[in-house]
Every structure is written in C-alpha cells, then in structure tokens.
Design a protein around this ligand. Structure first.
Ligand SMILES: Nc1ncnc2c1ncn2[C@@H]1O[C@H](COP(=O)(O)OP(=O)(O)OP(=O)(O)O)[C@@H](O)[C@H]1O
Ligand SMILES: [Mg+2]
Length: 561
C-alpha cells in the first residue's frame, strides 16, 4: 500500500500550485475577495488530504521495510540452523553475524528509501512536467533543457561515486574483521602486550574508510553546485521568457508563479532520484551477501525414510577418508576400526593427527569424503539427525555453555529432566561444585560460561551430554582442564554407573586412557596402532614415546597422584 498512498500524496501536492495560479489570477489580480476565499479553502482542503496520505504512506513504508528486515533475518536464521559444520566453516561465524545485522540494516534503509522515493520522485517529475505543459507548452521547454543538462551531470556523479562506494563496502568488511579479532581476543592481546600493534592495525583500517568516505562525499557534493546552476539558470530563463509572454498576454502572473513552483518540484525530485541510485549501490553489496546465505543449500540432508532409532552403541569405520575442503589435504585416510557396544576406547595422538575429526564423523557433524561410518549397524547417513545425535553424545573439544542458569544449560541434554536427575548427572560428571555455587542450579551462567573455570565448564558439558542417556559417549579432550584425581574419579563412575555406554575418550594424557579396553593411536590422519596399554607399549613406537615422555621423572604432570 505504501506506493499507492505515496502516489495519492504526490497527486495532491501537484494540484496545489495549479490552484495557487487561479487564486492569484482570479482573486488577487482581479481584486475579487470571494475568489481568494474560495481558492484558499480548496488549497487548505487539498493540503489536509495530502497530509493524511503522507502519514499513511510513511506508516506503511516503515511497516513494510521493518517487516522486510524481520523476514530476512528470520529466513537467514532458519537457513543457518540447517547448515552443517562444513557450511558454517565456509561462511565463518563472524561473517554470518555481520550479514544478519549490518547487511540487513543496510538493505532495510535502502528498501524504505526506495519505497518512498522511487514512487514519489518520478511521479513528481512526470506530474510537474504534465502540469507545466498544460499551463504553457513553450515555456516548459526550459524544463526539458534543464532536465537534459541535470541528467548528464548526475550520470557522471553517480557513476563515479558508485565505484568508490563498492570499494568502501569491501573495506568495511576488513574493518569488521579487525574489530572482531581485536575485541574477541583482547585477553590474548593484553597478555602479549600487543595493544599498540593492534591499534595501528585498526587505525590503518579506519584510515582507508575515512579516505574513501571523503572521496565519495566529495563526488556526491558536486550535486549541490550543479543543482544550483540548473536552478538559477532556469529561473532566469523562466523570468526572462515569462515576462515577455506576460507582456504579449499569452501568460498570466499566476501561471508564471505556479511554473516556478513546478520547476522546484521537478528539479528537487531529480536530485532525490540521484541520491537513491547512490544508496542502492551501497546496498547491492549487502544484498549479495544476504543472498549467499539464503541460497546456500545445506550440504547435509536426511534421506527420505530415514531410520528413527539407533539399535545399539557399536561403531564401525570402513576405510574412511575425509578432508575439510573439497580436494584439500586429507585429515583422515584409510581409517578402519570396529568398536563393540559398551567398549571403552581411548584415542591418543599428536595434535592435528585427526582425533577430533574422527569422532565428529560418528554423530555426523561432517560427512565422510570416502568410505562409511556405521553406528548400530547402519550407515550414519541412513538415520534422522535426531536419532543419530541423541544416540551419540558428544562433548566437543571447543565446548559451549549458553547464557542462562546452570539448570537451563543442563536441560539442553534433556528438556524434561528433573532437578534431581540433573544433580545426579552432575555427580556422575564430578561436577558436584554446582551445589556449592551461591544459587546452586539456579546460578546464572554468563555468555560462553565466562564466570566458570575451564574445568567447571568441562564437567558441566559432560553432565549435559550424560542427561541425553546416549548409547555412545564421546569426550573430546573434555577433562584436559580437570585435575588427574577428579579425572580418574569420572572414569571410575562411568565404568560402574553407565557400563553399557560405548565410550570414546580422547586425551593428551596417557593416564586418562591407559585403562581403556583398547587404545587407538592416531598419527597424521592414519590409525597407527590399536591395542591395550601393554600391547601398544610393546608394538607401537609413537605410543611408547608418548608414554616415556609423560612418565619420565620431572616431565610428568605435577598433579599426578
Ligand atoms: N574446521 C576445520 N576446517 C579445516 N581444517 C580443519 C578443521 N578442523 C581441523 N582441521 C584440520 O584437520 C586436521 C586434523 O585436525 P583435528 O582437529 O582432527 O586434530 P586433533 O587430533 O583433534 O588435534 P588436537 O589434539 O590438537 O585437538 C588438522 O590438520 C587441522 O588443521
Ligand atoms: Mg582435537
């Protein structure tokens, strides 16, 4: 409705100068007071109606552009929720945040302007031209000349500034990056005393934007002088020819007055049109970035008729290979491994050897590039996401708590869990500290769990995963920040309390995995050895090296019991 209301408003606005002409000619010039009253009243009425249309068009365009932004954000958010880890990797988290906030705001502004001006300005020009032709055809040629000159000038101004604006948007991306890194990493920056260096980096990014902004605005500011030249030139032309026509008797004073008004109306509308071109250029970059998110097909989908229940906790890797980027370096190659339900597996290996990658394939956080991963006897791709992810509980290496209470965080694992069950899960995960927190389970967790220690966060994440009662539980380095005694206690409780759950424990500490049924040694994306602690000490040189390194005298963990 916004364009319709706007069109009506423009129509009313265009009528006023025409009535003014009659008021001057029939009223003022003829000394007829009745006519003055009559036309005066008509003008007031038109103005009032036009005001009403104006209010309606303002309201509707605000509503529709705000609604447009809301729809965009909702659509993007819904789309992002369908993304796999691989999709998120390809956009980067901060990139997605910028797209959902700044880029949408850009588009919303442009859309609102477009709604209001793209109807108003051309209509104003057309209606103004029509009325002027109607009043005096010959004199209106002045407008045509003015418009041609103005259009040519505007074309040069807009095309130059478009290029600068496109560059400017790219630099805004760079600035966002610097800000994000600088703010998110402030602790690291401070501990390395890199403030000065970071400030310089920031200044460089801001400087570029400053210069581009000045350049763009300088070009845009040519609008004003060009506009002035055209306005005054056509005013002089209008006055000159108009005076002649009045003397000839082919034009009245009132008509000349209204022509002046139409002239201003036409020229200022052209000016607005040029501004909207500039704004649109600025938003094209944002629109593209938003479309990229909306158009992205999630790389991982459920098959039709997917299985809804995982029968048991057995896991099998069949000649699995995987790389994060298509055609990139393989993070896993030729991995074959078979795990019985309820078996306890330890995973160890150098950093970057592919441990996290391997376990992330079990709950289908990524899809294999070659081979297959089977859980409970079926390919993980044959299950619904819900089935496979409820059956496989994962405590990720980069675990996350959400802002809210401790209880709310625990209930991510099971929305229906009672407080009693939550306490029980905490006890299993050696997270008894929750009882000592000032408000117990109701204690507020800050964003990212900032008000908890690293070890406390890890144990809460384990408790959260336990509440799902998974058939397979994966702990990816989840006790790295927990002291060895507590770590041992957690493993003991697991062995007695959830003996049927298949357990995969990744650790850098031999001590954490040495009692596992079997230990898998990873090396550079390959399985280098599988066996018990004793077997591996005999047969696997990597394992033996790690063991000797961690047990030889002073290099052991200081808190080792
Ligand atoms: N999201 C990702 N995108 C691209 N490459 C990745 C990604 N995650 C890991 N890699 C790469 O895959 C390889 C294996 O990484 P992975 O995280 O599995 O190692 P890891 O054994 O868990 O190491 P750590 O003990 O340090 O946790 C590494 O070379 C790493 O650079
Ligand atoms: Mg890892």
């Amino acid at each position: 409705m916004a364009p319709v209301w706007t069109a009506l408003e423009v129509l009313m606005g265009v009528l006023i100068p025409y009535v003014t002409a009659s008021l001057i000619d029939e009223g003022l010039m003829a000394g007829n007071l009745d006519a003055v009253w009559k036309y005066g009243a008509i003008m007031v009425a038109i103005a009032a109606v036009s005001l009403f249309f104006g209010i309606m068009s303002g309201r509707e365009s605000a509503r529709s552009s705000a609604g447009f932004a809301m729809n965009l954000r909702e659509a993007m958010y819904a789309r992002i929720q369908t993304f796999s880890f691989a999709d998120i990797d390809s956009f980067s988290t901060s990139g997605l945040v910028t797209r959902m906030t700044t880029d949408v705001a850009n588009l919303q502004n442009a859309f609102q302007m477009l709604l209001r001006i793209s109807v108003r300005a051309p209509l104003n020009v057309l209606a103004g031209m029509f009325m002027s032709f109607f009043i005096n055809l010959r004199l209106s040629l002045v407008f045509v000349a003015a418009m041609v000159f103005l259009s040519v000038a505007l074309y040069f101004i807009v095309s130059r500034s478009m290029r600068v604006f496109a560059e400017l948007m790219r630099k805004y991306d760079d600035l966002n990056n610097v800000v994000r890194e600088g703010v998110a990493g402030i602790r690291v920056i401070k501990s390395f005393v890199r403030e000065k260096h970071e400030s310089l980096k920031f200044k460089a990014a801001v400087d570029v934007i400053y210069r581009l902004n000045v350049a763009a605005e300088t070009i845009i500011n040519f609008n004003q002088p060009v506009m002035n030249i055209v306005t005054y030139a056509s005013m002089i032309a209008l006055s000159w020819f108009g005076a002649h026509f009045i003397v000839d008797g082919t034009l009245t004073t009132g008509q000349l007055t209204s022509l002046f008004t139409y002239q201003m109306q036409i020229l200022s509308s052209l000016m607005m049109l040029s501004m909207i071109f500039v704004m649109l250029t600025q938003s094209v970059a944002s629109a593209k970035r938003i479309a990229e998110v909306l158009d992205r097909e999630p790389s991982m989908k459920e098959i039709p008729g997917a299985i809804g229940e995982v029968p048991d906790g057995s896991i099998e890797f069949r000649n699995v290979s995987f790389s994060y980027a298509e055609g990139g370096n393989p993070a896993l190659e030729g991995v074959s491994l078979s795990i019985r339900p309820g078996e306890r597996i330890g995973l160890i290996g150098g950093t970057g050897s592919g441990k996290s990658t391997l376990v992330n394939l079990i709950s289908r956080l990524y899809d294999v590039s070659g081979g297959a991963v089977l859980v409970g006897g079926h390919d993980v791709r044959d299950y619904t996401f819900d089935a496979i992810r409820s059956a496989v509980g994962v405590v990720l290496q980069k675990n996350t708590l959400f802002s809210g209470t401790v209880l709310e965080n625990l209930r991510w694992g099971d929305p229906d869990a009672t407080e009693q069950q939550c306490r029980e899960a905490c006890r299993l995960a050696a997270a008894d500290f929750v009882d000592e927190l000032p408000q117990g389970l109701q204690t507020i967790v800050d964003q990212g769990g900032a008000n908890l220690s690293g070890g406390q966060r890890q144990r809460l994440c384990i408790a959260r995963a336990l509440l799902r009662h998974p058939k397979v539980l994966v702990l990816d380095d989840s006790t790295s920040a927990v002291d060895t005694a507590t770590d041992a206690r957690i493993r003991e409780t697991f062995a007695t309390r959830i003996p049927d759950t298949t357990l995969l424990i990744i650790s850098q500490r031999i001590l954490s995995i040495k009692d596992a049924d079997r230990i898998v040694v990873m090396d550079d994306g390959h399985v280098s050895g599988v066996g018990t602690h004793e077997q591996l000490l005999e047969s696997n040189s990597i394992y033996k090296d790690i063991f000797e390194m961690q047990t030889s005298g002073g290099e052991a963990d200081f808190d080792q019991p």
